[in-house]
Design a protein around this ligand. Structure first.
Ligand SMILES: [Zn+2]
Ligand SMILES: [Zn+2]
Length: 226
């Protein structure tokens, strides 16, 4: 990536180009990425390679948001959390959908997960609330990272390996707060488990949700009922 930091105009133009290419890909139209890059080079300088790599960053942000990314643009992780947050915002603006921002948090989680001897986070019994277009409880990425490390790729409910690898190459598990944050639960490892998507859906929507929850309290030693 180029050293000079990217202006908002550049990011905006990249996101717009990406969205247009993606739309064309979805509708089965022929896309020549090089033509898009050439246009961007004319507008902003830099190299075509720099824009290609930026497009791969956009794929990465989309993958963190759980959204589809272009097949020819493999997600690339080398993006600053703040820039990722801005890209996420621009993607949201282009799609006209209001979503809870996740990119900066998920990148922070991944960075913390790679840390050896990540200290056990003390957590926060009352996570801070911040005003955004939609309400989101601010979570500590290290809580999720620590729980994922403990789970080591295995669902803490069904005790089976993560069903697939994420686009980031990590075993795909989701964090679940046994007592929901919105219901006053703590953002703490004593209130969080790593679940496979099936078990996560089940604990939210399944007829046996309460039994699953009771089983988790019995078997996952670090869990504490408040
Ligand atoms: Zn499971
Ligand atoms: Zn959950």
């Amino acid at each position: 990536m180029d050293d000079v930091s990217w202006s908002d105009e550049e990011l905006k133009a990249c996101v717009e180009a990406y969205v247009e290419m993606q739309r064309n890909e979805r509708t089965g139209q022929l896309i020549v990425k090089k033509q898009y890059y050439k246009k961007l080079v004319e507008m902003f300088g830099r190299s075509e390679q720099a824009f290609e790599s930026r497009m791969q960053n956009i794929s990465y942000v989309l993958s963190l948001m759980g959204r589809g990314w272009m097949t020819g643009l493999k997600p690339a992780k080398n993006i600053e959390p703040l820039v990722a947050a801005r890209v996420e915002q621009l993607l949201e603006q282009t799609s006209g959908q209001k979503v809870v921002p996740v990119a900066a948090f998920e990148i922070a989680v991944r960075e913390a997960t790679e840390q050896k001897d990540l200290p056990k986070p003390s957590g926060n019994p009352r996570p801070k609330r911040r005003r955004i277009s939609v309400a989101q409880l601010q979570r500590d990425p290290s809580v999720k990272a620590w729980v994922l490390q403990q789970a080591a790729g295995t669902c803490e409910s069904c005790e089976k390996p993560a069903p697939f690898q994420g686009a980031d190459g990590l075993p795909y598990l989701e964090l679940h707060y046994v007592q929901g944050l919105a219901d006053g639960g703590a953002d703490a490892v004593s209130n969080a488990v790593a679940l496979c998507p099936n078990c996560h859906r089940e604990i939210h929507y399944g007829a046996n949700a309460h039994a699953v929850e009771a089983w988790l309290y019995d078997t996952v030693q670090r869990l504490e009922r408040d």
